[in-house]
Design a protein around this ligand. Structure first.
Ligand SMILES: Nc1nc(=O)c2c([nH]1)NC[C@@H]1CN(c3ccc(C(=O)N[C@@H](CCC(=O)O)C(=O)O)cc3)CN21
Ligand SMILES: O=c1ccn([C@H]2C[C@H](O)[C@@H](COP(=O)(O)O)O2)c(=O)[nH]1
Length: 277
């Protein structure tokens, strides 16, 4: 994960200090790309311990089409709590856009089912894409997440917004475009999260895993994460863990937490940091 550490160093050294929606302040660069060869190991940080349960359950929750934090909370995952209403609702965020994108006539598009079908039937297609960026459901940036949900909008605009898949030589690659990137907290989750999705789709479509390519737009470090970033940059990364899929479920929608085994994950201690709301 040297590429991730290089990005932290790059933002700290070359970034521009700016204000932001949350009032916290960030140092940012605009536009960056990283490539991870998934055959070389599972891209999970070893320079700080990550909560594996949060990564897996969040991805299963997206794929299930759910947008209420109840499932996450029942599984000990707290990362979406701050944006939810008292009833746990987040409005039409990722799950709805991935699985239940509304057509004008009221019918729905299941983008995940379509990706599996395309990967199996026309793997050379250049249109194997999932978009969470649905302008008609975007929140109003001037009001709170909970007020947006009450108006039927998303609590937060999608950050990992556009995903494209590519098949060559029997390998599945995934490219993510992330418009806004909290390098210390969010990105540490987003990389293994999409690596996991790529492994699942590859298994379902009888492909090997290829590369995960990550592209960021507004790539920032919050001002109140600088000490944590310096701690992390002082650490030496260890070998990557590997991911084993213990079962092949009948479809992409039938994975369970127990189906994933992260092998040889040896990480340095967790580094706590406040999340900007
Ligand atoms: N400012 C901000 N950064 C984000 O990364 C982020 C948002 N907002 N809003 C929506 C989601 C929620 N995500 C989050 C939210 C919190 C953590 C977090 O606090 N992580 C801690 C604790 C992990 C845990 O309890 O599982 C960490 O140390 O990684 C991570 C990702 C990613 N997103
Ligand atoms: O998966 C995620 C979700 C969110 N983030 C970060 C990026 C920003 O710091 C905030 C979102 O604020 P906006 O004003 O909507 O850009 O959350 C992330 O890194 N990863």
């Amino acid at each position: 994960m040297k590429t991730y550490l290089s990005l932290l160093d790059h933002v700290m050294t070359h970034g521009v200090d700016r204000g932001d929606r949350t009032g916290t302040g960030t140092r940012s660069v605009f536009g960056h790309q990283m490539r991870f060869d998934l055959s070389e190991g599972f891209p999970m940080l070893t320079t700080k311990k990550l909560h594996w349960k949060s990564i897996v359950h969040e991805m299963l929750w997206f794929i299930s089409g759910d947008t209420n934090v109840r499932y996450l909370q029942e599984n000990g995952v707290r990362i979406w709590n701050e944006w939810a209403t008292d009833e746990g609702e987040l409005g039409p965020v990722y799950g709805v856009q991935w699985r239940h994108w509304q057509r004008p006539d009221g019918t729905e598009v299941d983008q995940i089912a379509k990706v599996v079908e395309d990967l199996k039937t026309r793997p050379t297609s250049r249109r194997i894409i999932v978009s969470a960026w649905n302008p008609s459901d975007l929140p109003d940036e001037g009001i709170s997440p909970q007020q947006n949900v009450a108006q039927g909008r998303m609590a937060l605009a999608p950050c990992h917004a556009f995903i494209q898949f590519y098949v060559a030589n029997g390998k599945l690659s995934c490219m993510l475009t992330q418009r806004s990137v909290d390098c210390f907290l969010g990105l540490a989750f987003n990389i293994p999260s999409y690596a996991l999705l790529t492994h699942m789709l590859a298994q379902q479509c009888d492909l090997e895993v290829g590369e995960f390519i990550w592209s960021g737009g507004d790539v920032h470090i919050y001002h109140n994460h600088f000490d944590q970033v310096r701690t992390q940059l002082s650490r030496t990364p260890g070998p990557l863990p590997t991911l084993a899929l213990l079962r092949k479920p009948a479809s992409i929608f039938e994975y369970r937490f127990e189906d994933f085994e992260l092998k040889d994950y040896s990480a340095q201690p967790h580094i706590p940091a406040p999340v900007a709301i």
